[in-house]
Design a protein around this ligand. Structure first.
Ligand code: FAD
Length: 342
């Protein structure tokens, strides 16, 4: 039966605790999980509740100590060969069961490929809503509910969304919006092993083999320490070879402005900005990018920003730590040669 408008759909007082879904790939925790533990700690403290991490995989128990060190009071651990690789079916069933058993008040997930697949599916199964792709997260002082903020109407407004009547309050949050907390290895917590309830027949798609991870380095903008990004000022798609070469030498990823993506010079997965990815590398090198507010929205928290632009008045220089006024097609080859000598 549907509740009347404005009436709670569940007894909200039964739901307690803030959970963070910890994404791991090949036994390594993805950074976004730790970032969300840091912010989850703030939310949990404001609510006067516990912070728990949900860790799923095959033989991943050793990762729990890093989760305690990053702020978790509890780790719910689900292990088994069926969880070795991310599986929509297996992970959905596992987390849905966990929610039904332990009834968390809040669940945070990364707005990654896996989180975007998993979050809506779980929300639907447990009968709650989901605020997707958030760029901020806090507590609404008046209601004490989680305040989820996300771009709406193509990024033209920022909407703050509350979930008063359903539980858990769920959302996916973009990687790199929050800094990772400093780990405190003296912290410990409670490890709760949960038995797997997934049966082989529940899993409809299986990962047979990973053939190649070759191009993931250049696309892995969220985790990259170095990003070399190109904009319209690169002139034509062939000139992106310079960006790719510099990124490869630095062991970094390739970014692009929306103008470069719209022109078809790079696929959309490389786009940085309000409607692209939010990144926070140690060094961001912006080549032929003017520095529009929507681009800055995705990269301004980078530790060091280096801009190369032929227009000394380009707005990007206001955000840059180091600026080179010049033609990218002349500056980049020199930079590449000099860095190769190091
Ligand atoms: P331009 O603004 O055209 O700048 C090109 C720069 O290259 C200029 O500064 C020029 O001086 C310089 N240049 C030219 N030739 C050379 C040369 N040979 N050597 C050196 N410098 C040179 N943009 C994003 O990037 N990401 C987003 O996520 C995003 N989301 C948006 C969402 C909305 C709702 C809207 C309205 C816009 C969004 N945009 C986004 C678009 C944004 O407003 C800008 O249009 C875009 O960032 C411009 O890209 P650009 O800097 O490559 O191009």
């Amino acid at each position: 039966t549907r509740p009347a408008a404005g009436e709670p759909a569940v007894d909200t007082s039964e739901y307690k605790g803030v959970w963070v879904y910890i994404e791991q790939f090949q036994g390594k925790v993805r950074s976004v999980g730790l970032e969300l533990l840091g912010q989850g700690r703030i939310v949990a403290d404001a609510m006067g509740q516990e912070l728990a991490a949900v860790l799923i995989g095959d033989d991943v128990a050793p990762l729990a100590k890093d989760l305690f060190a990053s702020g978790a009071d509890k780790v719910y651990l689900i292990e088994g060969v069926e969880y070795k690789h991310y599986s929509t079916d297996a992970y959905t069933i596992a987390i849905t069961d966990l929610i039904h058993t332990y009834k968390p008040a809040v669940i945070l997930m990364g707005a990654t490929n896996d989180g975007r697949d998993l979050g809506p599916r779980i929300a639907c199964r447990v009968g709650t809503g989901l605020t997707a792709d958030c760029t901020n997260l806090g507590i609404d002082e008046e209601s004490g509910l989680v305040a989820w903020t996300r771009p709406a109407f193509g990024g033209n407004i920022m909407a703050t969304i509350l979930c008063p009547n359903h539980r858990p309050q769920m959302g996916t949050v973009r990687p790199n919006v929050f800094k990772r907390p400093e780990p405190d290895m003296s912290r410990s917590g409670e490890l709760i092993r949960v038995a797997s309830k997934v049966k082989a027949a529940d899993i409809r798609t299986k990962l047979i083999e990973i053939l190649s991870l070759a191009d993931t380095a250049s696309c892995n903008l969220e985790e990259a320490e170095f990003i070399v990004a190109g904009g319209r000022g690169m002139g034509k798609p062939e000139n992106f070879a310079l960006i790719e070469e510099l990124a490869a030498i630095l062991g970094g990823a390739v970014g692009a402005s929306r103008a470069a993506v719209d022109a078809g010079w790079k696929p959309a997965i490389h786009q940085v900005g309000q409607t692209g990815k939010t990144v926070a590398p140690k060094v961001y090198i912006a080549c032929g990018i003017s520095g529009a507010i929507q681009h800055l929205a995705g990269m301004s928290t980078s530790d060091i920003i280096i801009a190369i632009n032929k227009d000394a008045d380009a707005p990007i220089f206001k955000s840059a730590d180091f600026g080179i006024v010049g033609d990218v097609l002349e500056v980049l080859p020199i930079l590449i040669e000099e860095i190769k000598k190091l």
